[in-house]
Design a protein around this ligand. Structure first.
Ligand code: PMP
Length: 361
């Protein structure tokens, strides 16, 4: 493990070391089955225990009652962009979308492709998606409201969730799910591709309220209907077993080692605070997200020139600080500091930033 870097990748991203070690230790003989988790039938009691444990841990961590389904799908968060309007909009029904960046834009695009009625009720595009809109004028008759809780590319995040006046709220939480407690009474659906905060790529978690599911279109292909997953405990076909297993271990780590979501949030605030406070006090690094909208998960920043940014990323990489390049669509720098990012890593990054700044001047 002494060859492991401080990993600031946006996703796939760093996972907690104890989780990786447990996977390694159990890999050849999972739960005394004589098989690896990747070789076990999904119809076995071994796998039943895994998926049921992941569902139960999710319910405990989020305080879910039996009004919610906890589902595991494939196709990433991107398939959800298409499945949501497909399942929940029919005929004249319309949905409200809040556009806070690339991923919201892609969600809107999928409603458009299907000719589903929708309204973009707020957007932060006017200021290059650097903030989270407030006082959003939701439509009275919207079937659902869709938001992206954390904008992985622009580094903005909803600190609080909007009051939709009773319209079902659906959130793409791909880059901040399980990073903080959630007011679940506000949400009818949450979904997240696993590869940032939860596990490997290839699995998408969906939390879905039963009353929203009851309104879904029945005439859809089986694999594109939420009810198929809800009726079969996510095992209508072969599920992404390794992904679900890893998610279960990550949830166990959050629950048993990190002390739950309130503590997780306090730790995430402390980590992000260290970086933002350091940049605030510097006249060299500039956080790109507006005060009040800054993400605790993806800290996006610029240096005085693109040349310096390239040098910064190159030298950081050489020092074992990886993944600091901003998304290719925006440039600049980004430190993705999900749940698994350690304080040691953040401190090493700040120390490097201090030295780099001094040497560049
Ligand atoms: N939503 C958000 C907020 C994301 O960050 C990403 C991936 N970076 C996606 C959706 C797309 O996820 P996937 O690759 O799992 O389809």
């Amino acid at each position: 493990t002494d060859q492991r870097i401080f990993n600031f990748n946006a996703g796939p991203a760093a996972l907690p070391l104890p989780v990786l070690e447990e996977i390694q230790a159990s890999f050849l003989n999972f739960s005394n089955s004589g098989m690896s988790i990747t070789e076990i039938s999904h119809r076995s009691s071994y796998f039943d225990d895994v998926i049921n444990d992941a569902v139960e841990r999710t319910k405990r961590l989020l305080g879910l009652d039996d009004q919610y389904h906890v589902l595991f799908l494939q196709g990433g968060a991107s398939l959800q962009f298409a499945m949501i309007p497909m399942n929940f909009l029919s005929g004249d029904q319309s949905a409200d979308y809040v556009n806070t960046g690339t991923w919201s834009t892609k969600a809107i695009k999928e409603a458009k492709i299907q000719n589903k009625k929708h309204v973009v009720v707020a957007s932060s595009e006017d200021k290059d998606f650097s903030y989270i809109p407030e006082n959003i004028p939701f439509s009275k008759d919207a079937k659902y409201v869709h938001i992206t809780s954390n904008n992985t590319i622009k580094g903005t995040q909803f600190a609080d969730f909007p009051d939709t006046g009773g319209i079902p709220l659906i959130a793409d939480m791909s880059s901040d799910f399980f990073s903080r407690p959630l007011p679940m009474e506000k949400f009818s659906m949450i979904y997240a591709g696993a590869q940032k905060n939860l596990g490997p790529s290839g699995t998408c978690m969906v939390i879905l309220r039963k009353d929203l599911l009851e309104t879904a279109n029945p005439d859809l292909p089986s694999m594109l209907k939420y009810s198929t997953y809800a009726e079969k405990n996510s095992m209508y076909n072969t599920p992404p077993c390794f992904g679900i297993y890893t998610i279960d271990l990550v949830l166990k780590w959050i629950e048993e080692e990190m002390g739950g979501l309130e503590k997780m949030e306090a730790f995430n605030k402390e980590k992000a605070g260290l970086l933002y406070d350091f940049m605030e006090a510097s006249n060299f690094y500039r956080a790109t997200a507006a005060q009040g909208s800054r993400s605790l998960m993806n800290v996006t920043f610029r240096l005085p020139s693109e040349e310096l940014e390239q040098k910064f990323i190159k030298e950081a990489t050489a020092k074992g600080l990886g993944g600091l390049k901003g998304h290719r669509s925006v440039g600049g720098c980004r430190a993705s500091i999900y749940n698994a990012a350690t304080m040691e890593g953040i401190k090493a990054l700040v120390a490097f930033m201090e030295v780099f700044q001094k040497e560049a001047k």
